[in-house]
Design a protein around this ligand. Sequence first.
Ligand SMILES: NC(=O)C1=CN([C@@H]2O[C@H](COP(=O)(O)OP(=O)(O)OC[C@H]3O[C@@H](n4cnc5c(N)ncnc54)[C@H](O)[C@@H]3O)[C@@H](O)[C@H]2O)[C@H](O)CC1
Ligand SMILES: [K+]
Length: 504
Amino acid sequence: MKILPARQTRALDQATLQAQRISSDALMERAATACTTWLLDELQPAFTTPLHILCGPGNNGGDGLAIARQLHAAGYSPQIWLLPSDRYSSDFLLNRQRLPPQVPCTELSADSLPALPAGAVVLDALFGTGLSRPLQGLAARVVQHLSQSGAVVVAIDVPSGLFADAPQPADSAVVRARYTLSFELPKLAFLLPQNAAFVGEWTVLPIGLDANFIHNEPVDNYFVDAGFLRRKLPRREKFSHKGTFGHALLLAGSYGKMGAAVLAAQACLRGGVGLLTVRIPAAGYDILQISAPEAMALPDPAREFLTELPELQPYAAVGMGPGLGQEAATAAVLRQLLHRTPHLPLVLDADALNLLATHRDLLALLPPDSLLTPHPKEFERLTGEPARDDYHRLEQLRAFCGQHRCYCVLKGAYTALGTPEGAVYFNSTGNPGMASGGSGDVLTGLLLALRADRRLSPLDAALLGVFAHGRAGDLAAAQTGEAGLVASDLVRFIGPALQELVDG
Ligand SMILES: NC(=O)C1=CN([C@@H]2O[C@H](COP(=O)(O)OP(=O)(O)OC[C@H]3O[C@@H](n4cnc5c(N)ncnc54)[C@H](O)[C@@H]3O)[C@@H](O)[C@H]2O)[C@H](O)CC1
Ligand SMILES: [K+]
């Protein structure tokens, strides 16, 4: 799915009205119907649950008024609270008129705020994508009042006070929603950790906005769900052989961290690689042969860490990083690798990234389309500059990928894949159970397998790998629970996760 900024969202509204020859209030009615349906189907409030709807002066408030009318028609007794303004949108006014007289409608003021018992449901329809400045005065006071209550807050389109695609000043008043119901496409703000406490659980409700417009509109950000990846992973043809899927080389492990090499190797094998050779320090030889018998072991002359780069001629892709350590001799191996692989697909992770950050001249040697997989701390070391906030980090990601012509997987909830062209793809799979040691090693191995597969573009390999890794985590957590999930469980579910992508 594309992620549209607020400005393009308004253009999308207009395009929809023209393409479908409908009035703006008809579109508002659709949006309200989608919200009402969600409330009745998912939240299922009792008829006795106190239901308050806070309405601002624009179309977000108009949505709230239309939802109130629909809830009233369904037998509920919503109470409306209006934020006074000197200007109301025309669809707000129209829906104000359409409101049955039985629905109580009160103007908010500092002395007149709704009493909100714990368990009350509050729909926040104060401000949506039209928010142009931080909330102040009465609106901020209402938000504060809401935060202090134990009410279940459902934000309509966006939690009021939250900018849909830009940071707001620290300490701004923003509604803390339990649920956010957004229309058609997700907002960038929903995908950033700094906004998690405001957005809560978010859902996108389809309201039939113009698909043509969405298709043609250029954007910088994408949300990657299963539909987005449909048919990107080709099935394995009957007459395919191991050459089709490539021979990968993995450089990994050091004394005490041989497990990282094992996990990455197992993930690469489960990722469908044709052949895998693993370069490990000599002390890792038995460990690897026993725990990943399908892989060939190519031990380094040194016992505890890597000191020599093997011949690269046989390989379709090279991965380096898991469990490496940061010895000077290993840094020299990375240097040789970068010098000798101007065209080989590379996947770099963990200590390979830390070595890049401490030997910064190496960054200039990265072959185009290299794939880097840092977590935020490693990414900060790579850029050399702490991010001011999540939006700044995204700008750093775009700049870094553009400057080094690389793909960069910034790991976290909604892992963000940056591309050399400046796009960012947010992943939709995965769960907090994956925030534990070894998960990253598994991702590296899986990505290495997909980069060795000559049928896939660098972008598709990265998108598919990140998605399947998270999906494997979701499948595993269904059995182990989140706390009990360990990286080896991810390995077991890579196969099923990839198969789902093939089967669509
Ligand atoms: N996107 C869709 O498909 C649809 C969206 N709908 C809803 O419409 C809103 C956007 O409506 P809009 O009228 O443009 O903006 P708002 O309601 O968010 O409010 C604008 C209103 O408020 C003033 N304002 C802005 N910031 C502040 C502030 N900090 N303090 C006070 N006042 C402020 C501004 O000047 C305007 O007057 C969208 O989110 C959806 O909920 C449609 O219903 C249909 C489809
Ligand atoms: K809102």
